[in-house]
Design a protein around this ligand. Structure first.
Ligand code: SAH
Length: 340
C-alpha cells in the first residue's frame, strides 16, 4: 500500500482518471493534505464516500514519528523514526528571511567523504518520497511554523535517490501542495555528473549547490571518492553547460579543513578554477566531530581564504555556523543516537 504523501499531483490525477473519476479530485485531496493538513481520509468531506473507501484501500497516511528534538540558538534538530525503525534527521534554521529546513534524502550515505559523519554509517536504503515530504509536515506541526526554504543537505546524496527527490521537489513546489517556491529550494550534490545533466534538462528554477571542497583532483580524490568517477574537469564542464542553459548561478560549497584545503595556494587554485563562471562560493567552517580527525580552520585562515577569492573577483560568503552545539553537522545526531 502506498503512502499518499508520496504522490505528486500528476500521479494522483492519473490515479483518479484510472478509477474513472475526474482529475480535479487530485487537487481537492492535495488541499486536504497540504493546506488543511488533515490526518485522516474521513476528514476530506467534499470527497464522496465510495471514493474515500477506495482511497483507503489503496493508500495509507502513516506519518513519521519524532524521537528527539534538540534546540540551540536559532536551530532545532529533529531525529525521526521511520516505519521500519530506521532513523533520519532534519535541521531547522531560523534566519531573518524565514525558516529553512535541511532534509535528509537517504538513511546513511555511500559517498564516503572523508570528513563527513553520514558516511561513517553506510547507506541502508534511500528514502521514499513521502518520508521526505513528512519531514517538512512534521516539523511544521511540531513547532507550529511555516517553512519557507528547503535545502537537501541532510543525510544522503540526493542525486543517488534521483527519482524520489524529483517527486519530492514537485510536491513541495506545487502551488496546490506545500507551495515552496523553486527559488527557495536548494539541492546539494557531491557531483554525480549524469544526474546534474538530467536535472539541467528538467529546467526547473531550483538552486543547485555543489560540494566541491578541493580545487584539484589530487586533493579531491583524497576527500571525496566520487571524484575518481567524476573528476573536477568533468564536473566543471557540465556546470558550465548548466549555467549557460538555465541562466542560473551555481553555488560551490567549500568546507575549510585546517592544513588540508585552506592554504593560500588552494584559494588561488580555486579562484583560477572558477574564474568567469556565474557562481558563488560558500565557505563552510568545518563542524568538528569526535570520530573524525579533521580540524576546523582558524578564523584568520578563513578570512585570508575569503580575501584571496574576493581579490580574484569570485563571489564568496562564509556560512553562518548554526549547529555545532547541537551536533547539526550532517549525520552527527543519528550516529550519536546509534551509539547511546
Ligand atoms: N550529499 C550531498 C548533500 C548532503 S551533505 C552533498 O554532498 O552535497 C551537505 C553538505 O554538508 C555538504 O557540502 C557536505 O560536504 C557538508 N558537510 C558534511 N559534513 C560536514 C561537517 N562536519 N561540517 C560542515 N559541513 C559538512
Amino acid at each position: 500500500m502506498k503512502n499518499i504523501y508520496g504522490l505528486t499531483l500528476e500521479q494522483l490525477e492519473q490515479y483518479f482518471l484510472s478509477h474513472n473519476e475526474k482529475s480535479f479530485k487530485a487537487t481537492q485531496v492535495f488541499e486536504w493534505l497540504y493546506k488543511r493538513r488533515v490526518s485522516s481520509f474521513e476528514e476530506m468531506t467534499n470527497i464522496k464516500k465510495e471514493t474515500l473507501e477506495q482511497m483507503q484501500k489503496d493508500f495509507n497516511m502513516t506519518s513519521i514519528h519524532l524521537l528527539t528534538k534538540t534546540e540551540g540558538k536559532d536551530v532545532v534538530k529533529f531525529l525521526f523514526g521511520l516505519e521500519d525503525s530506521n532513523k533520519v534527521e532534519a535541521v531547522l534554521m531560523k534566519h531573518d528571511y524565514g525558516n529553512s529546513l535541511c532534509v535528509s534524502t537517504e538513511v546513511g550515505c555511500n559517498m564516503g567523504c572523508a570528513f563527513c559523519e553520514s558516511g561513517r554509517l553506510k547507506k541502508v536504503r534511500h528514502l521514499e518520497t513521502h518520508e521526505m515530504v513528512l519531514q517538512i509536515l512534521a516539523v511544521e506541526a511540531c513547532l507550529n511554523i511555516r517553512i519557507s526554504h528547503v535545502v537537501l543537505m541532510g543525510i544522503g546524496e540526493p542525486f543517488d535517490n534521483y527519482d524520489n527527490v524529483i517527486d519530492f521537489i514537485s510536491i513541495i513546489n506545487s502551488g496546490k501542495g506545500i507551495d515552496i517556491g523553486a527559488r527557495h529550494i536548494t539541492v546539494s550534490t557531491c557531483g554525480i555528473v549524469p544526474k546534474i545533466e538530467a536535472f539541467m534538462e528538467m529546467d526547473k528554477q531550483v538552486n543547485l549547490a555543489i560540494s566541491l571542497h578541493a580545487p584539484n583532483n589530487t586533493l579531491r580524490n583524497q576527500l571525496m571518492p566520487i571524484n575518481k568517477v567524476y573528476p573536477i574537469e568533468k564536473l566543471i564542464d557540465i556546470l558550465k553547460k548548466y549555467i549557460e542553459r538555465t541562466n542560473r548561478r551555481v553555488t560551490f560549497e567549500y568546507i575549510l579543513l585546517e592544513n588540508v584545503n585552506d592554504t593560500d595556494a588552494c584559494a588561488l587554485e580555486l579562484a583560477n578554477l572558477l574564474k568567469g563562471m556565474n557562481c558563488y562560493v560558500n565557505l563552510i567552517p568545518y563542524n568538528e566531530t569526535s570520530h573524525i580527525e579533521f580540524k576546523k580552520s582558524k578564523q584568520d585562515t578563513i578570512m585570508r581564504f575569503y580575501d584571496i577569492l574576493k581579490k580574484n573577483k569570485i563571489n564568496v560568503t562564509v556560512r553562518r555556523e548554526f549547529g555545532s552545539k547541537v551536533m547539526a553537522a550532517c549525520g552527527q545526531l543519528r550516529s550519536n543516537y546509534e551509539e547511546a
